[in-house]
Design a protein around this ligand. Structure first.
Ligand SMILES: [Zn+2]
Length: 525
């Protein structure tokens, strides 16, 4: 018997008892019924412990064709899928004309701080995201145990996992003296910290080899540290050493780390980010395909934009930020200074949201001089419009490429609020890049498999009730480079662990998100 039915039966017994005991009871019964109606009105907008979503086209996350059916949620999990009758009195949510999919899992998300200040995570749940993976690009919270304990005590609307960051532990061990290869005893200490992070619940090791701290590491260091993560069942997630002229070499290094450790590898935000490598997708794809054919477990994620977002220094791979020749070459590599927009510059707020060519012109200096000045004065964050749509789409077509935002709460790049609806609206509906079930697979079961989340990413009995109901005819991103926080449209209902966090264009205020990962994996065979 369902808890709901039990409760009703109990109420009926109590009512009968009242009627028998006194005439006053009758008055009480009337009052009680009125109260019950009031309560049921108040809870009608929020599904109770058991409810059915009926009439939707189910994309179950596996890539199988859509099929019409019903899904029953009991508590925090999916209890039934298919064609069944509702229990009398069971709440039924109409999914007519819409698609019901597993909640989207964002495998590259920068919300580790955002979740503290904005646990409702409106820009995330409005896209259908129900789980975020934090700590990418080599930088993670530390200690992992403290961070996860805080997230457990102050839950957010979404579930989360975290990686342990390579740069984070490298700085712990090497302090400010990180601009060199690490010594053997330092690598040992880093490995011990990574093992600690894994024991405390991290999902794997992340690196950001294009960034300052990680860039000085040698391949052998990363192999040793990957081994530490692999001992605890983790995977290696990497922002590779170069996303410009040496992308192919950097991909080869990531594959070598996977082979030598050995460890599954996730290439973060795969791209070809400079003019010199545009169009080299066949070569990049062939490298990864060859590794996969050799039996290596290599996958990647990709965001649906032709522009990246990082600090201004990444433009100059040889790190000679003061050298006009190096800087000039770097600006030419991305197609010119007009392709670089400043998003955040502490020393010059007036530069923000403007491109470097325009700023330089109005200041009466060259873009090269402007770059050197900005770095000297403390740097800036920039958006670089330096990928081609053809390359982005070519990567997306690969069966081993999943959707990941590289965004998060408060992102200054539109990917933070628009990634998943953009793929569904522009790539699937408008561009017919691939079929809807395949897009959903790239957002759900694929990242779940990479994260070894055995009970997420699919709509099937026993799986966690992380669900998204959206209108395939209207779902669309609205965030832009000028207004990166604009919420997406077309996602009607988002459910996390059985509870709605987003309903009809509004957050519900409920925060059922959990910390997922090692501890949960161990707890659930
Ligand atoms: Zn990155």
């Amino acid at each position: 018997m369902s808890p709901r039915r039990q409760k009703r039966q109990k109420e009926a017994i109590i009512r009968r008892h009242i009627v028998r005991t006194s005439r006053l009871g009758l008055a009480l019964l009337v009052l009680g019924a009125a109260l019950a109606r009031l309560v049921s009105c108040a809870t009608a907008s929020r599904p109770g412990p058991s409810y059915v979503i009926a009439g939707a086209e189910i994309a179950d996350g596996t890539g199988e064709p859509l099929r019409r059916g019903r899904v029953r949620v009991v508590g925090d999990h999916i209890a039934a899928v298919g064609d069944f009758a509702s229990d009398p009195g069971e709440r039924v949510i109409s999914g007519d004309g819409r698609v019901l999919a597993p909640g989207f899992i964002d495998i590259h998300n920068h919300s580790s701080e955002g979740l503290q200040t904005d646990p409702a995570a409106e820009t995330q749940v409005s896209q259908g995201i129900t789980t975020v993976v934090l700590g990418p690009d080599g930088e993670s919270p530390w200690p992992i145990a403290d961070y996860l304990a805080e997230r457990r005590s102050k839950p957010a609307a979404v579930n989360l996992l975290t990686m342990v960051g390579h740069a984070t532990v490298r700085e712990k061990v090497m302090g400010n003296d990180f601009k060199r290869p690490a010594r053997a005893e330092e690598i040992e200490k880093m490995a011990a910290l990574i093992e600690q992070g894994m024991r405390e619940g991290a999902a794997g090791l992340s690196s950001g080899l294009e960034y300052e701290v990680g860039s000085y590491s040698e391949t052998a260091e990363l192999v040793a540290l990957s081994r530490a993560a692999a001992r605890y069942g983790g995977f290696y997630m990497t922002h590779i050493r170069d996303e410009a002229g040496k992308t192919l070499e950097a991909l080869a290094e990531a594959i070598a780390i996977g082979e030598r450790a050995p460890i599954p590898v996730q290439i973060s935000h795969i791209k070809l980010g400079t003019v010199g490598v545009w169009g080299k997708t066949p070569e990049a794809i062939a490298l990864i395909e060859a590794a996969r054919t050799r039996g290596l477990d290599i996958t990647a994620d990709c965001y649906p934009y032709e522009a990246w977002h990082a600090n201004i220094e990444v433009l100059v791979p040889d790190k000679r930020y003061d050298d006009p020749a190096s800087v000039s070459r770097a600006l030419a590599d991305v197609g010119g200074a007009s392709h670089i927009t400043i998003t955040n510059c502490r020393a010059h707020r007036d530069y923000e949201k403007r491109d470097m060519e325009e700023i330089a012109r109005s200041a009466g200096i060259t873009p090269v001089q402007l770059f050197i000045q900005i770095v000297r004065e403390g740097g800036a964050d920039v958006i670089g419009h330096s990928m081609t749509p053809e390359d982005v789409l070519a990567f997306y077509r690969q069966s081993w490429v999943m959707v990941g935002s590289d965004g998060g709460i408060g992102s200054e790049h539109p990917r933070g609020a628009g990634t998943f609806p953009k793929v569904l609206g522009r790539y699937v509906r408008e561009g017919h890049l691939f079929a809807l079930p395949e897009a959903i697979r790239k957002m759900t079961s694929m990242p779940a498999a990479r994260l070894r989340l055995a009970d997420r990413g699919r709509i099937a009995p026993g799986f966690a009730a992380d669900l998204v109901l959206f209108d395939p005819a209207t779902v669309i991103d609205r965030s832009t480079f000028a207004e990166p926080q604009m919420l997406s449209r077309g996602v009607q209902l988002v459910i996390v662990n059985g509870q709605p966090v987003w309903d009809n264009g509004r957050p519900t205020g409920v925060r059922p998100g959990r910390v997922l990962g090692a501890t949960e994996r161990a707890a659930r065979p």
